[in-house]
Write a protein that binds this ligand. Sequence first.
Ligand code: NAI
Ligand code: PYR
Ligand code: MG
Length: 375
Amino acid sequence: MLIGVPKEIKNHEYRIGLTPAAVREYVENGHDVIIENNGGAAIGFTNDQYIEAGASIVDTPEEIFARADMIVKVKEPQPNECKMLREGQILYTFLHLAPDPTQTELLGKSGCTAIAYETVTDNRNGLPLLAPMSEVAGRMSIQAGAHYLEKAHGGSGTLLGGVPGVAPGKVLIIGGGVVGTNAAKMAIGLGAEVTILDRSLPRLRELDDIFAGRVQTVYSTVDAIDKYSREADLVVGAVLIPGAAAPKLLTRENIKNMKPGSVLVDVAIDQGGCFETSKATTHQDPVYVIDDVVHYCVANMPGGVARTSTIALNNATLPYGIALANKGVKAMLENEHLLRGLNMHKGKITYKAVHDDLGEQLGLDYQDPREALQG
Ligand SMILES: NC(=O)C1=CN([C@@H]2O[C@H](COP(=O)(O)OP(=O)(O)OC[C@H]3O[C@@H](n4cnc5c(N)ncnc54)[C@H](O)[C@@H]3O)[C@@H](O)[C@H]2O)C=CC1
Ligand SMILES: CC(=O)C(=O)O
Ligand SMILES: [Mg+2]
């Protein structure tokens, strides 16, 4: 198979779909790889390293999209990229379709076979291709929050760890999955007072064991969100209902009741955000203020530490990518977990939560993923 890797074009997005080490694996498996000129140069992956790994360098994204059987990316395709995709071509990348009708419509028109990293599952109830980016974004959320709590950056002037004689800052984490756990680790490391809300009791039990009394776990209700957000210096939004638009858990009213200069970091923004006032921002212009509360809603947070993130992402995407290259769409029929990654095929939506959110609005039909591939 011919694998094509275009340079990412989202604002300040320096990650790339394949590392040189990953290219070498594809080549060892008998595949050809084309990489866009300087696609990884910004994070130290040079054209020479890709050539040494067995890839060829191509000048334009147009040539990559025209020639490749499978496109491997990081972020969701932008409109001009969607228009270059075609039926029979596999797209393997993050998609986040539910909050993005434009992309969903364009992917439908392209007819391509679109596999979303974020909905591939594993046999431990996890999302193995989302997890490494959630680890990164969870860890970054506390760094970002601490930064914007500084006075000069719009915050209240609170040091999360406090100092002897001064109480630490309060961090509220809504959603105790991968993002939430990694945020908690960093917040604890800084010495903050940490509360995690989740609506899964088994997950709260696990968190209670993991953190051995160092965090407070609270069942997530409207009342708990109201109470703990009033006291918080930093709130991290980290909920997920796989494939679906995020529920708006922190209301405009809650935000009005927060302390002036407190900070919100809505990591769930890639699924539309879990705070009522959230709208996606970029690394170039990451924050805005509503009701005296600083909002940080960068939809591609791991792009800020693109070298670490690219390597971490490749560690997770590589085995499934190789299976797709070796077997084509049959790889999904042989692996239920990879099949769950299939979000669109030949103009139909093949992921239930995406269809529930957008099917009617866009007039797009749902088809069971297995039937879609066999049909
Ligand atoms: N902005 C960015 O750059 C990035 C965003 N993300 C996003 O972060 C979000 C979280 O991802 P993960 O931690 O990997 O998901 P996860 O599935 O590991 O955890 C989500 C948690 O939310 C909980 N939850 C669901 N509904 C809830 C509610 N109403 N109240 C409280 N908790 C609730 C679930 O029980 C689960 O424990 C996702 O939307 C993901 O796409 C991940 C990486 C980067
Ligand atoms: C998961 C995601 O949205 C990202 O890594 O950018
Ligand atoms: Mg206020």
